[in-house]
Design a protein. Structure first.
Lengths: 290, 422
């Protein structure tokens, strides 16, 4: 086993792991704190990719900047989505099965709308750093993956500190633990959840811009990520953004290591195998609440 | 009053006799005087999913054929109608679709969807009904079925798995600086595995040492570790079977990591699609990959340019491949062959149609086509093309000769190879 190859495999894994963290972050908030099984989250990521594509194509704006510029729009969309979900399902106590069906329907609706508006051809973006590589000694940092890593981990850390250090952030963490206590503290749980889903969907906009930097996108690509993002959130621990980031990086490194030394076809089996072993030993995930 | 009653009864009787006469006339009127029912051709097509970009382009080409043939009077004097459903590039949907087409929609003829993975699942259903099955770009599908009414429009050749990559190896072994080692990589899907399986056979035949031989999951996000492993194997040749998402990731990773090889490419789907070609641009330079039609002077078959002009006009605003070089000419051709055969036989007798297709060389927009016993082309015409001198973000360069030079087969060669790749 060559040391050079090993170190590059680890670095590769960390880079893609940072991107996985960006994709899984929103689900970590909705699934972990709001207990909403938002199966449509990867589709929102794809929606973000298409918004990035249109801005990049028509205005030449950098993909990452496009994602950041549109994040507030997605935030408002997320808030509106929660309001609808609460009124239709949560208020009537029907969030478990009907809510899940709603998000399934939303996933297919968004996908079909993307097909109708943008067609089915693959979409890619241009940016000066796509195709360039930094070399530090024998270690390669393809910028196509490095930029998503930097943005993804920065966003994850940003959300982590927001949830830990701000009143609203702590309220979001509290709403899943004890809603009544939160109300007694003077916070409206409905508004808090609204902001939470808004933040989750906003992260999808940014994750979408990173996805289309890494590779081509067409409307059904989101389905490739459903299993992986849920695995990352569960492995990291429900209600733990730090756990999601750690799990994403870990899965990225494991996939990269296995792909390099044993063959890429084994990579998903090994990373999902890790998930099963972890859940067998620690059902709440690596950093979840017991 | 009595007279009025009698008159009324006579009028009613007269009306009844007239109605009966008209009714009987309807039944006994010869069929040639009635409007002919449409002739229905059924198929599934990838209109969503990973291969939808090409599938939608194929459908446009098929609709052009339908319009052309209906303008000329249809098939057997009947206007042609399509009955089709989206298989979403999902093999599991295909059997249900073809069962419905045959048992519920009662189509008169069937053709295939696009791609190996979507053609194979339809075979048992089609075979049970004894139908002629014109198919669109399936690699070695009939190898195990051995169905004598299967016909493949993709010009793979009589031994499709091996003929598919034969050109790549013939080119490599003809070089002065002969390669000694090869890396084989296949995406986990039937087409890619078939392509690489054939490459494996060819590699052993020419005495190459296989130093890397792996598969990767469909839709993988990052293929940098794979390219790094191939780079560290030091392979002289890199032969890949992949789908668009994987093809883009591999080409980008190869450039980012500075992969050096004598030849790189082979069976990468997606490098024929306009949007991907435009985006990858110079990253494709010197890649040697398969293709079936490019705008080189050696491939100006009768009718192909006129067809492409029609296609490009029809594709405007439909958010599909604007150039239509890859699948559309062959989608038009496979319908041409079916149509010509049906009209020549003069009926929908599937056995007679199949026998006619086996015995005939057809003139189509992709040149003369004749089939061997297994329904594959009697001679391979899978091109090996090399991307040359590409500029970034420029679609127009792909409409001109010289951007994709044909290296193989000799009969349509348009230039010499640039060797090594990097």
């Amino acid at each position: 086993m060559s040391g050079e190859l090993l170190i590059n495999a680890v670095v590769s894994g960390l880079l893609i792991g940072g991107f996985y963290a960006a994709v899984a972050l929103g689900l970590s908030i909705t699934f972990g704190y709001l207990e909403i099984v938002n199966i449509a989250h990867p589709t929102f990521v794809i929606f973000g990719s298409y918004v990035t594509y249109i801005i990049n194509l028509n205005f030449g704006l950098d993909p990452v900047i496009s994602g950041l510029v549109f994040a507030p729009v997605f935030f408002i969309l997320g808030m509106a989505l929660y309001r609808f979900y609460y009124t239709s399902f949560e208020k009537a106590g029907q969030e478990s099965l009907n809510g899940l069906a709603f998000f399934f329907g939303l996933m297919f609706t968004i996908e079909v709308l993307l097909i109708l508006v943008y067609g089915v051809d693959y979409r890619l973006v241009n940016a000066p750093y796509i195709g360039e590589t930094w070399h530090i000694g024998f270690v390669d940092f393809p910028l196509r993956l490095t930029v998503p890593f930097v943005i993804g981990t920065t966003m994850a850390l940003g959300v982590y500190f927001f949830l830990s250090k701000t009143f609203l952030g702590r309220a979001i963490k509290a709403v899943s633990q004890d809603r009544l206590a939160l109300q007694l503290m003077g916070a409206d749980p409905i508004k808090v959840k609204q902001y939470a889903l808004g933040i989750a969907i906003a992260t999808a906009a940014v994750a979408g811009s990173l996805l289309i930097i890494i590779g081509p996108v067409e409307p059904s690509v989101g389905r490739l990520y459903i299993g992986r993002v849920f695995a990352i959130v569960v492995l990291g621990g429900m209600g733990s953004v730090g756990g999601t980031l750690t799990a994403a990086l870990l899965i990225g490194v494991i996939e990269s290591f296995v792909a390099t030394f044993y063959g890429p076809s084994w990579a998903p089996a090994v990373s999902f195998g890790l998930l099963f072993v972890t859940l067998a030993l620690r059902p709440q995930g690596m950093f979840g609440r017991a | 009053m009595f007279t009025n009653f009698v008159m009324k009864r006579r009028l009613v009787a007269l009306g009844g006799m007239l109605a009966a006469a008209l009714f009987l006339a309807q039944i006994f009127t010869p069929t040639t005087t009635r409007a002919a029912e449409p002739l229905k051709i059924g198929f599934s097509m990838a209109l969503t999913g990973a291969l939808a970009g090409a599938g939608k382009a194929a459908l446009i080409a098929m609709e052009i054929w339908r319009a052309d043939v209906n303008k000329a009077g249809g098939l057997l004097g009947r206007q042609v109608e399509f009955v089709y459903y989206d298989d979403a590039t999902s093999p599991s949907k295909v059997p249900g679709i073809y069962t419905k087409l045959l048992n519920v929609d009662k189509v008169d003829l069937v053709v295939s969807s696009y791609g190996t993975n979507e053609i194979s699942p339809a075979m048992p259903i089609v075979m049970r009904k004894g139908l002629v099955f014109m198919s669109l770009f399936g690699l070695a599908v009939n190898e195990r079925f051995n169905y004598d009414r299967y016909f493949q429009i993709m010009p793979a050749g009589p031994v499709p798995k091996e003929d598919w990559s034969r050109g790549f190896f013939d080119l490599a072994m003809a070089q002065g600086d002969k390669p000694k080692t090869i890396a084989l990589l296949a995406e986990d899907a039937e087409f890619a595995r078939n392509a690489v399986s054939g490459a494996r056979i060819n590699a052993k035949k020419v005495g190459l040492n296989i130093v890397y031989d792996k598969t990767f999951p469909f839709g993988s996000s990052d293929l940098t570790p794979v390219i790094r492993a191939i780079k560290s194997s030091g392979a002289d040749l890199v032969y890949i079977g992949s789908y668009p998402h994987g093809s883009v990731g591999l080409v980008k990773a190869a450039n980012e990591l500075g992969l050096k090889a004598k030849m790189f490419g082979g069976g990468m789907v997606g490098l024929q699609f306009a949007a991907i070609q435009k985006n990858l641009g110079p990253l494709l330079n010197n890649v040697v990959n398969y293709d079936f039609w490019v705008p080189e002077p050696t491939l100006k078959f009768e009718g192909v340019e006129a067809f492409l002009a029609k296609y490009q006009a029809a594709a405007k605003g439909k958010k599909v491949d604007p150039l239509g070089h890859y699948l559309p000419p062959y989608a038009y051709a496979y319908m041409q062959i079916l149509g010509q055969a049906v009209n020549k036989v003069g009926s929908l007798d599937q056995k007679a149609i199949a026998e006619h297709i086996h015995a005939t060389t057809f003139k189509t927009v992709v040149g003369n086509v004749s089939f061997g016993k297994n329904g594959e082309w009697a001679q391979t015409r899978t091109l090996q093309v090399q991307f040359r001198d590409l500029k970034p973000n420029n679609l127009d360069q792909f409409t001109k000769a010289g951007s994709r030079v044909v290296l193989y087969p000799k009969s349509v060669k348009s230039g010499e190879i640039v060797y090594p790749y990097k």
